[in-house]
Design a protein around this ligand. Structure first.
Ligand SMILES: *Cc1c(COP(=O)(O)O)cnc(C)c1O
Length: 237
């Protein structure tokens, strides 16, 4: 089995190749290492290999790791990419740098109210449902503009862009389709005057397709940390 450092290097090479194919600078695409279900030791191994941005899905599990890596906190960026319930917004506003999964105004308002004044604004993306009825989470495309305008004015948040988790697809052409829709949606918001610069899209299986369509964060778990054990019997955070 390859080490986390070797896996990371392989993912960086995939990203660089995809960026070159797309005519984009490799630095234009950030790599978010998705460490959900991984140990704090695994996160530290990735840190030792130069990784600085980590994505987590489950709030309590993330807090444990943020605590375990407190000695290097100032070098790290912690991103929440999983569903967020309103009873968890306070700890999230206090502990994370980014939230990619905002899909309701109420959650955004709470995050803004609860973001401590001594921290920079919380960086947020709206999670968009680009796969239609197939997918349960995310704002429907036709509601994104209204939500974006409302979130953009919240004082303690900085709205950065959009995130999506498309349905898995086999061919690169089919993978590119939902990513292209998300990019088009971002451009519409930019045309409406919102200063947005972030497209969080692409995972282990489809990061090339996402980079070709303009991803600025790809969220990669399995290709870095290996296959995850199924998370059974637990309610979503
Ligand atoms: C788990 C997860 C990922 C990473 O998926 P892999 O296929 O393991 O790369 C990315 N984004 C979200 C929202 C996830 O929940």
């Amino acid at each position: 089995m390859l080490s986390i450092a070797e896996n990371l290097e392989a993912v960086r090479q995939r990203l660089a190749r995809a960026a070159t194919c797309a005519g984009r600078a490799p630095q234009a695409v950030g790599l978010l290492a998705v460490s959900k279900t991984c140990s704090a030791e695994a996160v530290r191994a990735a840190y030792a290999a130069g990784q600085r941005a980590f994505g987590e899905n489950y709030v309590q599990e993330a807090l444990d790791k943020i605590h375990a890596l407190a000695d290097v906190r100032s070098e790290l960026a912690w991103h929440l990419i999983g569903p967020l319930q309103s009873n968890k917004t306070r700890v999230v506003a206090e502990a994370f740098d980014w939230v990619h999964s905002v899909d309701r105004l109420k959650i955004a308002q709470r995050l803004s109210e609860q973001r401590p004044v001594w921290l920079p604004p919380l960086q947020v993306c709206l999670q968009v449902n680009v796969s239609g009825e197939l997918s349960k989470s995310g704002v429907p495309l036709h509601e994104v503009a209204a939500l974006a305008q409302a979130v953009a004015v919240l004082p303690r948040l900085q709205l950065r862009g959009l995130m999506a988790i498309p349905e898995p697809a086999d061919s690169e052409a089919a993978q590119r389709e939902p990513h292209r829709r998300l990019h088009a949606c971002l451009m519409q918001l930019q045309a409406q005057g919102l200063a947005l610069d972030t497209l969080s899209m692409g995972m282990s299986a489809d990061l090339e397709a996402a980079v070709l369509e303009g991803a600025t964060w790809v969220r990669v778990g399995t290709a870095i940390f290996g296959a995850r054990a199924p998370r059974s019997g637990l309610a979503p955070q």
